[in-house]
Ligand binder design. Sequence first.
Ligand code: ZN
Length: 192
Amino acid sequence: MASEASISKELISQLVEGTIDDDNATRLQRLPRKDQDRFMNYCAVLQARVSWQDQILLRLGDKLYVVRNAANQRVVKCDCGHEFGDYRQNWKLGCKVRVRRTLAEMREVYDPAPACPEPGWQEVREFFCPDCAAQHSVEVVAPGYPVVFEMLPDLDKFYRDYLGQPLPDEAGDWYADRTADLTQRWAASAAG
Ligand SMILES: [Zn+2]
């Protein structure tokens, strides 16, 4: 097995792909601390897997990232290149959404039947990329419940305080939920 100092991008790549062998997986799990540059190596591995150049700042899901784009904005971006916009706004509002409300609709994805959410009390919302149709998230909530904003990361704090590598565009207003800006625009245009 490789030594702790040599946790290479190749090994991280195997971890991401799910092809890492048991010995190395166990060794990584038993490290008293993660290797210092693990996150940056992880991002480098992810960066090599996508077809675009925008810098990956954080991975949100299997095929979803926060990136800094060519216009120097921090946006949510799909594997396929589709941009959902400012990462401070809930990216789900830019998705194609399928809602399962009836027992028959839920049974298509739940098995056995007793595991199904209860129609009328709950609904299943599936969120898809409008360009490549990748399913980025599923939420099971009460009908009418606001679309869940799963994570608003404080990127500046993470990069500065935890990684010791502050982002070059650090600013006080990056960490704020701006989703209401979008819904207010929708409301204004619907009223107008
Ligand atoms: Zn996509």
